[in-house]
Design a protein around this ligand. Structure first.
Ligand code: F6R
Length: 240
């Protein structure tokens, strides 16, 4: 793992954006694996700015997102589909037809899991961006998830529901299930970029980098991947 420690969130966003920009510059047909959450927002702003300055173009780029809530329509402001349009896709020159998220608003969730896994089989991520849960989750793969997992439905832990409740009016509105890429789908990416910011991520960063490789900390599996770049601010790196 290559670890880059930055002074603050802004610098983390800039350094991590450089990794994605390099991939897009070197491969106009790149497949970007993308994440939602608070952490990537600054990075997405950097990508928007680079696109506006014509440093990079997303015209031929394809994307696959990590996850989506179950039961929220795409139009819901807290759906990950909405988030991606609002924070990135609507502001860059990407063809929206080239963007992919698992859909959590369908009757047959098993069929949707199978569809998404098959899609990922055809579209290997040139780089997969990951945020980190405070309990070490990656995508919505909570502690205890099999390292062999592919796209599946998860019941979110109380810890994750609590973390996410800040974005909803009331904790009772937070969906309790999600559809997520599995750990095997994530590990299949050519390159993995992990970003984390803040003291509340310090233990998870430590466990990811220095802890045993164990299903109790899903992010620890990344120690087994040959090309991982971790960009964290000094608060998130404080236990390393
Ligand atoms: C988001 C995702 C999650 C987040 C993680 C950190 O698509 O898969 O694993 O990356 O929960 O979230 P933030 O960045 O909000 O701290």
């Amino acid at each position: 793992m290559k670890i880059i420690v930055t002074e603050n969130y802004e610098e983390m966003s800039k350094k991590a954006a450089e990794v994605i920009k390099d991939v897009v510059k070197n491969d106009k047909n790149a497949v970007l694996g993308l994440a939602t959450g608070t952490t990537p927002i600054g990075l997405y702003k950097e990508l928007i700015s680079a696109c506006e300055k014509k440093e990079i173009s997303f015209k031929k780029v394809k994307t696959v997102n990590l996850d989506e809530y179950v039961g929220l329509p795409k139009s819901h402001v807290q759906s990950y589909d909405y988030f991606m349009k609002d924070n990135l896709f609507n502001h860059i020159d990407i063809d929206i037809e080239n963007t992919n998220l698992p859909c959590g608003d369908v009757k047959d969730l098993d069929a949707e899991c199978a569809r998404y896994t098959a899609l990922l089989g055809k579209m290997q991520q040139s780089v997969q961006l990951l945020g980190l849960g405070s309990n070490g989750h990656i995508a919505f793969n909570e502690p205890g998830t099999s390292f062999d997992s592919t796209t599946h439905i998860v019941a979110l832990t109380e810890n994750t529901i609590k973390d996410n409740s800040r974005l909803f009016d009331d904790i009772s509105e937070v969906p309790t299930k999600a559809i997520t890429m599995g750990i095997k789908n994530i590990m299949n990416a050519k390159k993995i970029l992990v970003i984390a910011s803040g003291k509340n991520k310090a233990q998870a960063v430590y466990n990811m980098v220095k802890g045993p490789v164990a299903e109790s900390c899903p992010a620890s599996v990344l120690q087994n991947h040959k090309d991982v770049v971790v960009v964290v601010d000094k608060d998130a790196a404080s236990l390393l």
